[in-house]
Design a protein. Sequence first.
Length: 209
Amino acid sequence: MNADLLHSRVRHLRGVLFPAAAALAFVLAAPGLDALEPGALSTRGDQAEARERWPTTVVAGATWLARFNDAVRIPLVLQLSPLEVPFRIRQNWSLYTDGAPRAMRVEISVDGRLVSRSEDPAYPWLAAQLRNRRIRPMVATFAEGGVWRRQADTAPPNTRGLARWVGQQAERDFPGCQQVVIAAMWGAWPGKTMTEHHRVVVTPPGWVP
């Protein structure tokens, strides 16, 4: 094959491959969109909460991008992500973002008295146990409250088990107690001002939510 013809074909091939690689990288790691969770801003409640922090026009644009992400980008990512494996480029693209959008804490009150708050040494009751690797995922699930958004007023099984266990610990450490409240507190990062998002209340004798 003529050397000039081969060189020309290589240049054309590069001209096709480079834009294709750039498009692939953009789809798999679209700035900002790769940090969006599926279903973000999909409910009126989520949008109303966002408007408390950002202008309406910004929330409207973000809502459109979130819908585009769910309808177009995520299906493409699911189809294209296997291509990352042979090239060994698969990674967590969201390793460094702009920080958590909100802070979430779990507070426990016994008979109206606050005794436990996550990450607060002033209220240390059950702190070590709640950080245990077997219990911590249940605490995180309760704090995030995803089930409450999909199925109002119904706690998931692990939350019921967690609440019952907390009630039993309170019965041991606070003899005669009549009510234990486990509340998820939400607030803008870093969490200087927190408000209650949802709660579970348990009472004796069964400590069932």
